[in-house]
Write a protein that binds this ligand. Sequence first.
Ligand SMILES: *Cc1c(COP(=O)(O)O)cnc(C)c1O
Length: 401
Amino acid sequence: MVAIMTEKFTGNFTQQESIPEEGIQAALDVLRSGRLHRYNVAEGEAGETALLEQEFADQVGAKYCLAVASGGYAMGAALRAIGVQAGDKVLTNAFTLAPVPGAIASIGAVPVFVGVTEELVIDLEDLADKAQQADVLMLSHMRGHLCDMEALMAICKANGVKVIEDCAHTMGASWKGKASGRWGIAACYSTQTYKHVNSGEGGLLISDDADLMARATILSGSYMLYERHLAAPPAEAFEKVKYHTPNVSGRMDHLRAAILRPQLRNLDQQCEAWNLRYRTIEDGLRGTTGLKMVERPEEEYFVGSSIQFLLLDWSEAKINEVVKRCLDRGVEVKWFGGKEPVAFTSRYDSWRYAPSEPMPTSDRVLSSVMDMRIPLTFSVDDCALIARIIRQEVETVYQSA
Ligand SMILES: *Cc1c(COP(=O)(O)O)cnc(C)c1O
């Protein structure tokens, strides 16, 4: 017993795997060529970026794909391309990360926050209540939790609301066998280091809508070189928009694309590796006194690149004590409910550029959300150890006066 109590974890919660050798080789080839800009291609050469777009479109079954500088950029471009203008309201999740309201604000639009349930998905009742306020929902599948997508789409359809999906945490996930990102009119992915594929920074936008994608492509800084794309709409779509769409440069370069292509080919295996680790932690935490698990619905195929649990109705002092005690034993659990934004955590009321009404039911959930990354550099045994540590510390603090 004494030995177990003092177990410590020594792994690094921000250490990702290295880039696959194939990606390193491809990156070296790009560097040696000197042609890093996506439109800088040799005679007969497609270019890594155009190939990445074509391959990702095929992989998710979308007609069109555009590779850009970040996930946040993809969201801003999608909103603008769909016709959102300065001053327009855009529905979005109260439980999400700063780049989401940030993308809405970047085009002068105004986020309207929709609540969160104890399952950590968007509150569909609250969505139905607020749906009349906007024409667009930027739906953030925050931390990989998918809501009942059929029910959500029905609400949005009934209210004439177009859905853009933020798939930063659901690349590789699906609901009832239909890929996340294929439910709305467009979807945005991030290829930033802490997401499911890693190019440092980067983003992907997919859609079947030719007009939207022609606008997004010009926005991204294609000049009149859009014919060099392999997963873009036909030239006619560009004819209609090319004189009216500003250039807001945010292209992806060949170097990042070269790194990403082999990672995308390996995505399914990576997702399985994440889920094995996720299930190990989940099994280890199940039944912990005072801790509420977030159960995953059967319809959802998720990617367990992070895990959440709730410490519902705990005091701030006790939650901070859990965080501290876990950290002392090498386990980085983050609390999303803190009054002050810390590192990547923040609450909707800390985005003061986007005024919000209080949402007591959501606030109760948000003030209890604990979050932990699961990098693939952790072994399954590491995950079992991490769960033991969290379990012990949560129970110790729960039982303390
Ligand atoms: C990371 C992230 C994004 C996009 O992030 P970028 O850093 O701009 O690529 C969007 N939504 C969520 C929920 C994210 O975590």
